[in-house]
Design a protein around this ligand. Structure first.
Ligand code: THU
Length: 133
């Protein structure tokens, strides 16, 4: 994928960090999701006093996009205030539901790596068996 576009997404993910609601873990996570149409949706982790109700930044970005009518994604950038983090398994599965061939950009300001989602979630469960065409 285009290096400049990856940089821009990472910058948007980093800008979002300030809105993270993470008083329990104190780890701020930001994500910026690029749709096939070139629109960007950001997300942050939102924690809760009932810990398990926490939602990750990546899923917030995906659910914002889907609820606005966007389901096809090119890439997502993910970052944290403690540098590079990898997306959790639940977020990989949610991303794969919509765009199994998308790119996943991880890192921080000027230092990032780009993966294929398929590398991060090989042999995934998909909807074929529960919702065949
Ligand atoms: N977190 C994310 O937002 N994305 C991930 O991929 C991994 C974890 C958040 C959830 C929680 O608020 C904090 O990081 C610590 O687990």
């Amino acid at each position: 994928m285009d290096e400049e576009l990856a940089k821009l997404l990472m910058q948007r993910a980093r800008e979002a960090l300030g809105n993270s609601y993470s008083p329990y873990s104190k780890l701020k996570v930001g994500a910026a999701l690029l749709t096939e149409d070139g629109k960007i949706f950001t997300g942050v982790n939102v924690e809760n006093a009932s810990y398990s109700l926490t939602i990750c930044a990546e899923r917030v970005a995906v659910f914002k996009a889907v609820s606005e009518g966007f389901r096809k994604f090119k890439a997502i950038a993910i970052t944290s205030d403690r540098g590079k983090i990898m997306p959790c398994g639940a977020c990989r599965q949610v991303l794969a539901e919509f765009s199994p061939h998308m790119k996943v950009i991880v890192g921080d300001k000027d230092n990032f790596e780009i993966y294929e989602l398929e590398e991060l979630l090989p042999h995934s469960f998909n909807g074929n068996i529960v919702a065949p065409d």
